[in-house]
Design a binder for this molecule. Structure first.
Ligand SMILES: [Zn+2]
Length: 232
């Protein structure tokens, strides 16, 4: 399965890391069965990449995933497939089917290592302390909508003013953290999104937004990522 990194998405994930340390609910969490499918390469690249995104941001799922990885490695792959492989070296007749099975096991093992390595790399990159010396949530605080269900008509983004700021930029992401909308530079600390955006958002789906504050010297502070949902 091919796993590619979309740079925009990866950047959004990097920015989002603070807001996602502790999930408020596990409603969106994948079932262990889906994680097993991921580990055994039985899901599509798209589903796999979605799962990885979730797992890298959800400490609960990361724990479960680690546990499953261990369990799979010890039980299914190491015990099952290495036995097959040992069997295959004993007779020419049995070699073919066994080596075929072994190659599937090896593929799963490699996929699992690749996925775990990728995940660890992401977690290390995302949580690297040099990148986030000060907690961004202490810098630009969002007021609304914050983990809220709002009606389409009343959708307005508001945040606390930051001293000395030149302008703000608001960004909205969908539930996979793909960018949906970016405002022009703003001087005020509130914006009613354009009709085009409000109409394009799907009710009952999770969206995320954040504010970047730009300073005259070129510095930039960011808010954490906050979730909101449209109720109609
Ligand atoms: Zn989760």
């Amino acid at each position: 399965m091919a796993m590619t990194i979309d740079p925009d998405r990866f950047e959004a994930l990097c920015r989002a890391q603070v807001g996602f340390q502790k999930p408020t609910s596990r409603r969106e969490c994948p079932s262990p069965k889906r994680m097993v499918r991921l580990l055994t390469s039985r899901c599509s690249a798209r589903e796999g990449s979605k799962l990885i995104d979730h797992i890298s941001l959800c400490s609960d799922c990361a724990g479960e995933f680690g546990f499953l990885t261990e369990a799979l490695r010890s039980e299914r792959i190491l015990v099952g497939d290495i036995e097959n492989w040992l069997g295959s070296s004993q007779g020419a007749e049995s070699r073919r089917p066994y080596s075929l099975r072994y190659s599937w096991g090896l593929a799963s093992l490699l996929a699992a290592f690749f996925i775990v390595g990728f995940l660890v790399l992401r977690l290390v990159v995302l949580r690297s302390p040099e990148r986030y010396r000060a907690a961004p949530e202490a810098r630009v605080a969002l007021l609304e909508p914050v983990e809220q269900k709002v009606s389409r008509q009343s959708l307005v983004f508001r945040w606390h003013p930051v001293q000395g700021v030149e302008h703000y930029v608001v960004e909205v992401f969908d539930e996979t953290l793909s960018p949906v909308w970016k405002s022009l530079p703003l001087l005020e600390t509130r914006i009613v999104p354009p009709d085009q955006l409000a109409r394009g958002l799907v009710p009952q789906k999770s969206y995320f937004w954040l504010v970047s504050a730009y300073f005259p010297g070129g510095d930039k502070w960011m808010s954490p990522l906050e979730e909101f949902t449209l109720k109609d």
